[in-house]
Design a protein around this ligand. Structure first.
Ligand code: COA
Length: 172
């Protein structure tokens, strides 16, 4: 199977000169490229054993009515750059009762004790989930184009929402 790595090197011509992208080798001599954006103290990096995915059962009135999950989305190498992306699915007979909004708010508040940012994505056509997230206090940030490849073999656009720790200040 071809992978991005196995398809290397990439060769092209740039203004009459060859340009090549290839795998880095241990003996490559590379100038120090560090900038002020590259200060990553080791003690701020996540441990290699940190769980990055969790699946939950959602009980309502003693009955399991759905599932929830979270997974890590890393916006940088430090622990503090880790957002939790949450997901939810309710059984059909428990939809439209406010459970989805409440459960997502609950889970987000829980995760915001451990991270500054919780996010959720949903298909641009999933108006119910968009309303549920807005009801839960999430802010719509924009559209992630062609972000999710599904069984129909189409890359679907997703809307991304977030709730951040600062949103909770003032008892939101
Ligand atoms: C999406 C889902 C989690 C929402 O949870 P829910 O408990 O059904 O939603 P709520 O009852 O909390 O309603 C949230 C908002 O959506 C609105 N809503 C509910 N059902 C709706 C429907 N069928 N169409 C449009 N809006 C709807 C409600 O009016 C409410 O809006 P409001 O707060 O402005 O009044 C749930 O419907 C579900 O599991 N759907 C199938 C799986 C899914 O789509 N998961 C998300 C994938 S990213």
């Amino acid at each position: 199977m071809t992978t991005p790595e196995s398809a290397l090197p990439i060769r092209a011509d740039l203004r009459g000169r060859p340009i090549v992208l290839r795998l880095r080798q241990p003996d490559d001599q590379i100038a120090n490229l560090e900038t002020e954006w590259d200060a990553w103290p080791e003690d701020l990096l996540p441990g290699s054993g940190d769980p990055t995915l969790c699946r939950l059962a959602l009980e309502y009135d003693g009955v399991v009515v759905g599932t929830m999950s979270w997974h890590a989305t890393d916006y940088g190498p430090t622990q503090g750059s880790r957002a939790w992306n949450i997901g939810i699915a309710l059984a059909p007979d428990h939809r439209g009762l406010g459970i989805g909004s409440a459960a997502q708010r609950l889970l987000a508040e829980h995760l915001l004790m451990f991270s500054a940012r919780v996010e959720a994505t949903t298909d641009v056509s999933n108006i119910t989930e968009q309303r549920a997230l807005e009801s839960a206090g999430f802010t719509r940030e924009g559209v992630l184009r062609a972000a999710q490849h599904r069984a129909d073999d189409v890359h679907h656009d997703l809307v991304i929402y977030s709730l951040i720790r600062n949103d909770l200040v003032g008892g939101a």
